[in-house]
Ligand binder design. Structure first.
Ligand code: CA
Length: 228
């Protein structure tokens, strides 16, 4: 089993390398994002252990570019608890698993083996709803051929709504699925983001596909005109 470890903390990298080697893995270590991307593109690995905060190119960008190059090696993201990003974002961006530092070596090995058993992730498929098109491979969204630029959170929210299109989803369901489990703000944040999305996916096209169902939640449908 070949593992690529992309980690800039050299002491940690060496400890993990030695431990995994003792467990029978073949481990290659690089210390920055550019070398990580290059190594992952050049040779096949069973799993890539990818630190999030890396010099030259961060883990998210490495992962994004790998998937854009159609390299489907399972990726386990290593994140720090006080990191700039949270776990939801790691999954949003297509990581197959994540581990928060500091982690136990036994847990790392168990999760690695589970990931290898699961094999390469499913190729993401393009989702469409009416004239709205979402391509998870490069995380792009279009309506009638016009590119729509979304933040990571808006993208995550839209992806969830598209999977549940034509069903009313409650604020609580949205919070559970799109926000970090540790998120402690109120559910008003959902309303705020629904507003952001409307301004991007509906208003410029004179559509009203994302509606509020009073007292129940939100509903995303195929193209329809505002009724007023
Ligand atoms: Ca780091």
């Amino acid at each position: 089993m070949r593992i690529l470890l992309v980690e800039d903390e050299k002491l940690l990298a060496e400890t993990v390398r030695r431990g995994l080697t003792n467990e029978g893995f073949i481990v290659e270590v690089v210390h920055d994002g550019v070398s990580g991307l290059w190594a992952a593109t050049e040779s096949p690995y069973d799993v890539i252990l990818l630190d999030l905060m890396l010099p030259m190119k961060n883990g998210y960008d490495v992962l994004k570019e790998l998937r854009a190059r159609k390299i489907w090696t399972p990726v386990m993201m290593l994140t720090a608890k006080d990191g700039e990003y949270d776990q939801t974002d790691a999954f949003d961006l297509g990581a197959d698993d994540y581990l928060t530092k500091p982690f136990s070596f036994l847990v790392l090995v168990a999760r690695l083996r589970a990931l290898i058993r699961r094999g390469a992730p499913e190729r993401p498929v393009v989702m469409t709803l009416g004239s709205l098109r979402m391509d998870p491979m490069n995380r792009s969204v279009q309506r009638r051929g016009t590119a729509i630029s979304l933040t990571a959170r808006e993208y995550g929210l839209l992806q969830f709504l598209m999977r549940r299109h034509d069903q009313v989803v409650s604020k609580a369901e949205i919070l559970d699925n799109v926000w970090d489990p540790a998120f402690e703000g109120g559910d008003n944040v959902v309303e705020v983001y629904i507003g952001y999305l409307r301004r991007k996916i509906d208003a410029p096209f004179d559509l009203a596909t994302l509606s509020t169902v009073r007292g129940m939640g939100y509903l995303l449908t195929a193209d329809r005109q505002p009724t007023a």
